[in-house]
Design a protein around this ligand. Structure first.
Ligand code: BES
Ligand code: MN
Ligand code: ZN
Length: 487
């Protein structure tokens, strides 16, 4: 996709389609009025006839509007007043969906929607993200995918207004990262294995990341007993993957993001029920968000240092799989009683935290994991769960979440919950009983992060959607990118 800026008049700009807005009272935007005047009232006639009312995210595509240069006009409703961030993104998504099969150039006359809260650069960034996302299709494992989808799509996006080209590039780069995360998440689990993820990392090495892959044997020798207790039950070898983006020179601090990469979670010997078990291919979406974020960084080349780490295994029942009651020794030396083999995410994460913190001494660590059904029950598909005792890190992540509308809700991580992990036979158990399940999972991880600013994002409810529109969302790539760019 090409991006341009233009200050041309809405009636005179050349385009396959120009997008203008109206509000719920039927009031046309300034740009829409320019077109209305040039076309002798073509738009207001449609509004008077109630073909469109201006409700939020309502659209009406008008071909052959007389008196203007553009071939089509898309009228888009913005609702009552200038929309808030969530509403604005809904409007932009509707615009992107309504124009996704139009060949040629799309012109967006949306600058006048900007406000102090949502400046023009924000609108431009979100527009580029919405257009990028609208172009995403999963076709990798469909034999005739090429024939089903029309090949028509916009080739360029022109912003009518101020010079917001940096914001457009940023949005485009975020959309690339989101698409990459969605693609990895959607990939079937017989293809997307830990080895496949390691190959993806090696491919990013060609684009400028420094990549190291630790294999299961090496991790076993090193003493990563928690990681190995999960990986050993599968014939697919587990991997830890490290991807370094160095944009700020070796003396600057590095910030780490660490993703859970369980490429399929059967639950292990504590087997999950069968219904919707296919969705456990998405248990690597934390890892996918790390890959997506690294992809965006490679496109934007910001002056920061970021370590993207992925801890990846398949959780299977097997003759040699871990059993409830097994006690294993983690890389930190702390022992863990595995009371439920389905609480595997924290086991692969805890050794990765120990390894990452010991080896790279990062200035901060954020882990991202589809960790608990309990978090999904609490927050649904709207907010990711945010857990941290570090107020500064909490504020940074909350600001980034708000800006990118990739929302988080803070949940408790008080020391009072730690005792739920007490075990009679090891330093800790891997589950904390039926209460506060998302918090006890975070408490478990906290024991492997002492002395380092650390936050945990539970994305169990936000990483994919189920039902008919089943698919990975690419969240929280926008949040992670905005968080890192603000460093
Ligand atoms: N990957 C799951 C969490 C999950 C379940 C995410 C459903 C999204 C939808 C995780 O490994 C898991 O199985 N967690 C258990 C923990 C429990 C055994 C303490 C859970 O949430 O049930
Ligand atoms: Mn599990
Ligand atoms: Zn899992």
């Amino acid at each position: 996709m090409q991006y341009q800026i233009s200050q041309n008049s809405a009636a005179e700009v050349q385009a396959s389609c120009i997008v203008v807005t109206l509000d719920q009272s039927g009031k046309l935007s300034d740009a829409a009025r320019v077109i209305d005047q040039a076309s002798a009232g073509f738009l207001s006639a449609r509004v008077d006839a109630r073909d469109i009312e201006g409700k939020k995210a309502q659209t009406l595509l008008l071909p052959a509007v007389p008196g203007i240069q553009a071939q089509r006009v898309l009228l888009a409703g913005i609702g009552k007043d200038t929309p808030d961030a969530t509403g604005a993104i809904k409007v932009l998504q509707a615009i992107a969906a309504a124009t996704k099969n139009i060949d040629g150039g799309i012109v967006l006359a949306l600058g006048e929607l900007a406000s102090t809260d949502l400046p023009e650069s924000w609108w431009a960034e979100q527009a580029a993200i919405a257009f990028g996302n609208a172009q995403y299709r999963f076709s990798e494992t469909k034999s005739k995918a090429g024939d089903e989808e029309p090949a028509r799509q916009p080739q360029s996006l022109t912003w009518l207004g101020s010079d917001v080209s940096a914001a457009l590039s940023r949005g485009d780069a975020i959309a690339q990262g989101v698409s990459f995360a969605r693609e990895l998440g959607n990939m079937p689990p017989n293809i997307c294995t830990p080895t496949y993820l390691a190959v993806q990392a090696e491919m990013l090495a060609a684009d400028g990341l420094e990549v190291t892959v630790l294999d299961e044997e090496e991790l076993e020798k090193m003493g990563a007993g928690a990681f190995v207790s999960v990986a050993k039950g599968s014939s697919e070898p587990g991997k830890m993957i490290v991807m370094k983006y160095n944009g700020a020179g070796s003396n600057a601090p590095a910030h780490m993001i660490l993703g859970k990469g369980i490429t399929f979670d059967t639950g292990g010997i504590s087997l999950k029920p069968g219904a919707k078990m296919d969705e456990m291919k998405y248990d690597m979406c934390g890892a996918a968000s790390v890959f997506g974020t690294m992809k965006t960084l490679l496109a934007l080349k910001p002056a920061i240092n970021v370590i993207g780490m992925v801890t990846s295994a398949e959780n299977m029942p097997a003759g040699n799989a871990s059993k409830p009651g097994d006690v294993v020794t983690s890389l930190s030396g702390k022992t863990i009683e595995i009371l439920n083999t389905d609480a595997e995410g924290r086991l692969v994460l805890c050794d990765a935290l120990t390894y990452g913190i010991d080896h790279f001494k990062p200035a901060s660590v954020v882990d991202i994991a589809t960790l608990t059904g309990a978090c999904m029950a609490a927050l649904g598909e709207v907010n990711s769960g945010l857990f941290t005792q570090d107020e500064a890190l909490a504020a940074e992540l909350q600001n980034a979440a708000e800006y990118s509308c990739d929302k988080v809700w803070r949940l408790p991580l008080e020391d009072d919950y730690q005792e739920l992990l007490d075990s009679n036979f090891a330093d800790m158990a891997n589950i904390g009983g039926p209460l506060a399940g998302a918090t006890t999972a975070a408490c478990f991880l906290s024991r492997f992060t002492e002395g380092t600013p650390w936050a945990h994002l539970d994305i169990a409810g936000t990483a994919w959607t189920g039902g008919k529109a089943k698919g990975a969302t690419g969240r929280p790539v926008p949040l992670l990118v905005n968080y890192l760019l603000a460093k």
